[in-house]
Ligand binder design. Structure first.
Ligand SMILES: Cc1cc2nc3c(=O)[nH]c(=O)nc-3n(C[C@H](O)[C@H](O)[C@H](O)COP(=O)(O)OP(=O)(O)OC[C@H]3O[C@@H](n4cnc5c(N)ncnc54)[C@H](O)[C@@H]3O)c2cc1C
Length: 308
């Protein structure tokens, strides 16, 4: 930005009609969140909710939240929102909260608080391992549960249980409790203890580097994707079957079956909608079934409804 091209404060005001038109034109390139084309940033609960939110916001837009003594109204609203949050989390007596603006920011604050608390208790700040345990994530011949000794789980009431690895039935992209709770529905992983075989650190790092390079060379990691779409059928590879059916490059709405790895669906510009991706999944499954007799099973989990 040079001094010559810098936007300057206008000498005169602009009438509202002209200003409104200019502001609306500015938004023409923005993501079309009203029709559900934004996975993050904006959550659209419909025009009626939007209208109430706008009016409620306008009622208090000038009051300043930094001054709770001057604006007890805002202090009360903050308390009520925090109380509702604590209620939803079934927080015990003495629990407190903090109001931040923006969903992502709030999640980051919650994760940061947990990590800070763990660090203060001398625990190396936690990494997220829940998904890897639930999916028994693995590649190149090794799986997560190969090295799990025990896990800590937590249920809806906050009850924590240490469970030995033997309490779980695990397999290819599968993990379930042998008895009792349903993982992911009434009990979740909160921590895990892993036992790794002693070995040569330098050799291990070199092997990791080598395997990561193999992954980069064979998977479309530079483009948005959700990982392997289908589970590998017994003694075969989903990617081999999809490629053999000539489905690489099959596309709809901007999403397509990756040319680099046939078991990935890529969505390069985010233009493909959930409905396009589900169409691709269904078409690949039907074509592979028809031509090879193999019924592919999805590894990805589809939640919610696809926007048409
Ligand atoms: C580019 C790419 C490559 C991938 N390659 C591989 C691969 O080589 N091998 C492989 O196995 N997977 C692969 N995946 C799939 C997936 O990312 C992994 O399985 C990963 O371990 C999932 O972890 P996550 O933390 O992202 O979990 P999420 O995607 O957030 O969750 C995965 C599942 O676990 C459940 N879950 C999450 N946390 C918990 C918890 N605390 N308790 C109980 N359930 C929980 C979720 O509900 C969900 O059903 C790949 C994905 C991508 C995008």
């Amino acid at each position: 930005m040079t001094e010559a091209t810098r936007t300057r404060l206008p000498e005169k005001g602009t009438d509202w009609k002209a200003l409104e038109a200019r502001m609306q034109a500015m938004g023409e390139q923005d993501v079309d969140w009203r029709s559900g084309r934004a996975a993050v940033y904006v959550f659209h609960a419909g025009e009626e909710v939007l209208d109430v939110a706008k009016q409620a916001y306008a009622l208090y837009q000038s009051e300043n939240g930094l001054g709770p003594a001057a604006f007890p109204s805002l202090a009360r609203m903050e308390r009520e929102v925090i109380d509702m949050g604590l209620g939803l989390l079934q927080a015990p007596d003495g629990a407190c909260g903090n109001l931040t603006s923006g969903g992502t920011e709030s999640i980051l604050m919650a994760v940061k608080t947990c990590r800070d608390q763990a660090a203060a208790r001398g625990v190396d700040p936690a990494r997220l391992v829940g998904g890897a345990l639930a999916m028994n994530a693995g590649c190149y011949g090794a799986e997560t549960w190969d090295i799990v000794e025990q896990v800590l789980t937590i249920d809806r009431r906050g009850v924590q249980r240490r469970r030995a690895a033997a309490a779980f039935e695990t397999g290819y992209r599968h993990c379930a409790l042998k008895e009792g709770a349903v993982l992911g529905a009434s009990e979740w992983f909160a921590a895990a203890w892993f036992r790794l075989a002693a070995g040569d650190g330098a050799a291990a790092r070199a092997r990791i580097k080598d395997l990561l390079a193999r992954r980069v060379a064979t998977q479309p990691l530079a483009l948005p994707n959700a990982g392997s779409v289908f589970r590998n059928p017994p003694n075969d590879h989903a990617a081999r079957l999809i490629e053999a059916c000539g489905l690489k490059g099959l596309s709809r709405g901007g999403a397509r079956v990756s040319e680099k790895h046939a078991n990935f669906i890529v969505n390069p510009n985010g233009a493909g909608r959930a409905a396009d991706i589900e169409w691709l999944i269904d078409t690949v499954r039907a074509t592979v079934r028809e031509r090879t007799g193999v019924e592919l099973v999805t590894e990805v989990r589809i939640v919610g409804e696809a926007a048409a």
